[in-house]
Structures are given as C-alpha cells and as structure tokens.
Design a protein around this ligand. Sequence first.
Ligand code: PMP
Length: 410
Amino acid sequence: MGFDVDALRKDFPILERTVASGAPLVYLDSGATTQKPLQVLDAERDFYLTRNAAVHRGAHQLAGEATEAYEQARHTVARFIGAADDEVVFTKNTTEGINLVAYALGNAGRLGPGDRIVVTEMEHHANLVPWQQLAERTGATLDWFGLTDEGRLDLSRVDELLDERTRVLALTHQSNVLGTLNPVRALADRAHAHGAVVVVDGAQSVPHRPVDVRELGADFLAFSGHKMLGPNGIGVLWGRAELLAGLPPFLTGGSVIEIVEMDRTTFLPPPQRFEAGVPMTAQAVGLAAAVEYLERLGMAEVAAYEEMLTARALRLLAEVPGVRVVGPADHADRGSAVSFTVDGIHPHDVGQVLDERGVAVRVGHHCARPIVRRYGIPATTRASFYVYNTPAEVDALVEGVRAAQRYFGG
Ligand code: PMP
C-alpha cells in the first residue's frame, strides 16, 4: 500500500480510546462522519490563535489575513476537484449545497408544470426531499430510476426518464447505504443532450476516490467537510461557472450584495453571491488542511486501500451463514459502505453486540428510507471504512457479527 496506516493512525488520537466495556474502539462509521487528524485540529486552532477576523470586511490587517486564509482554502478545495476557484461555494454541508441549487433553480423560474425532475431510489434524503419540495413548489413532476436486486441503478427506463421534459437529473455518485458507484458521466451526457441540469451528491465519493469535476460531466457537485477528515459545519458546492453566474442567490443578507437601496438590491458574482453572512472561516481553513492531508496520501491510494478493506469485508461476511450484503457483492466498482442483514437478528441487536465489543457501526435506514423499503427489510447494519481502518478491524467486525449470532442463537 502507498501509505503506512499504523503511522497514520497516530494522527487520530481518538482511535486510541476504549469504550465502556474496555474494548478498544473500532471506528467503522466514517460514512456518517470521519475522525479528524491533528493536522486539521491544529489548522483550525492556529487560525483562531493568529488570524481570526471577519473575512471580506474591515480595513485592518487581520481581516486581510483572515480573508487570504479563507480564499486560499477555496483555492485548495478547487485544486482538489479540478475546478476554478470561483466555482467553489462554501456551504454548511452537502444538504445545504443541494438545497441551494434546488431553491436557486426554482427562484430562477427554471421549472414549471410539465417539466420533470429525475432522481434515483438510492438517494440520501438530502438529495431527495429538496427535489420533492421543488416539484411541489413549481408543479414539476418527480420521477426516478429504480434499483436492481443487486443494488445498482435500473437503467431500463433511461430513454423515458431522460428526455426533453427533463429539467434536472439529481443523483448520488456513490451510495451511502449500498456502496454502489453510479455511471454519472454516461447519465449526465444523456441528460445534457436534452438540456437538463445535472446535480451530483458527492458526499460519499469525494472523500474516497479521485473526483475531477471536468471528468465527472455534471453541473453541480455537493459534498461535506466532516466526511473527509475536515471540520463539521463546512461543505462545498461546486457549480459550473456559467450556470452559477445565471442563478439568483439562495440565502440573502450581508456579504452577497453589490448595491442595496431601500427597495432593491443587486448581487455580487459567484461565489460571493451564494455565501450570505460571515462564513465558516476556521472550518474552511480546517477543510483545506484535510484536503492537503488526503492529497499527501493520494486519492488513488485512498481508493485502492479502501477497496482492499471492502474486499476483505465482503469476502469474510460472505462466509458467515445468514449474512446478506445489501448492495453490490463484488468489491470492484463500488465504494466502501458495506450494509448487511443477519437472518433472525434485528440490526439494532447486531449493532448493540458490536458496540459492546467496541465496534462502532451505523444501524437503521441511513437517511435513505426508500432503499430499505425497496429491499423489504426494516433496516441494515452498515460498516463504512476510511484511511485509518485496518484489516484487523474488518476482522473484528466479522467476529462481532458471529458473536451476535451466538448470543441470539442465529
Ligand atoms: N448524501 C449522502 C450520500 C450522505 O451519505 C450524506 C450524509 N450521510 C448526505 C448526503 C448528507 O450530508 P450532510 O449531513 O453532511 O449534509
């Protein structure tokens, strides 16, 4: 492997802790949020210690330095995804980024009765509910790609779904439940042929594999800092420059304006047009440190390392009778979220046995209720891996599942 995981783990002191039972923590919930390395914590602290001020304001030197740090963070993020600096909008998280696009498209009058918004059945609620709401507000119709039994998109209706009525295609790049990696480029090209806008939820792809926005072929890409070693409260919306330039603001107030009179306002160009109020400056600086950390590891190496862990998990879980993986069974061409059910044992019970053994996983519907409904299950247990996980931790997961079976007689 291209990086030394044992050395890297020293950057994450939290991984050395134990849980109440005395077992060492085995953190397999990075799909929900990742741990943060010292480099990120130090970058945030250093900002507050030495450069804290409100950005884009004030004539004083400190405000200038804070603004420079903030804009440098934007540049670092832009470089990471192959974007231009002014195409990177800082948001609170993925959820806000997608809402921003949905509201701005609605406010721009881009949708109306007879138009179609297309999503998929594997979306996180963050990339489903805003589109439901937009459809309700505008009279547009919401339709979606269903799923195959294997957990991939069912593309049999592609011609019907992506036609001249389609104004928006919104889909996840990588599923947070199934691990599925979607063919964004091919679908985006088809949607673009009919003039639709393509919005990609990158919450689970940008942290885990190389993502270049020009290769991706979409128009918007939203992701969260907290899922990629960065701080909470900072996310990114990338938008194609010409599209961002044509959209009205989402939130309004200070920072986004050019001229304000009592009865009218004109707005700054992107990205400032979309960053109302004093932004999350230390968090942006922390996110840039996270990006630099990932760049030092190399995103191709990150993806390869996670694929190794995922392959091990899929192989070992397949050896446990009664365990069913919900999502693609082959480690190639998928991400590292591994959801499964255990015959005769409720996922919450599996989660509890794992928790007592220090193994932190997520159980439930993972904010993607239509998926569990599609597969006729109440919930799943989900393990999700990141750069600091080890093969031994994968083994601890599988041992824990076997222990749950012994305990509950499964
Ligand atoms: N989309 C996907 C695929 C996710 O996994 C998540 C987080 N679980 C989100 C969107 C929402 O991210 P956030 O809560 O950071 O806005």
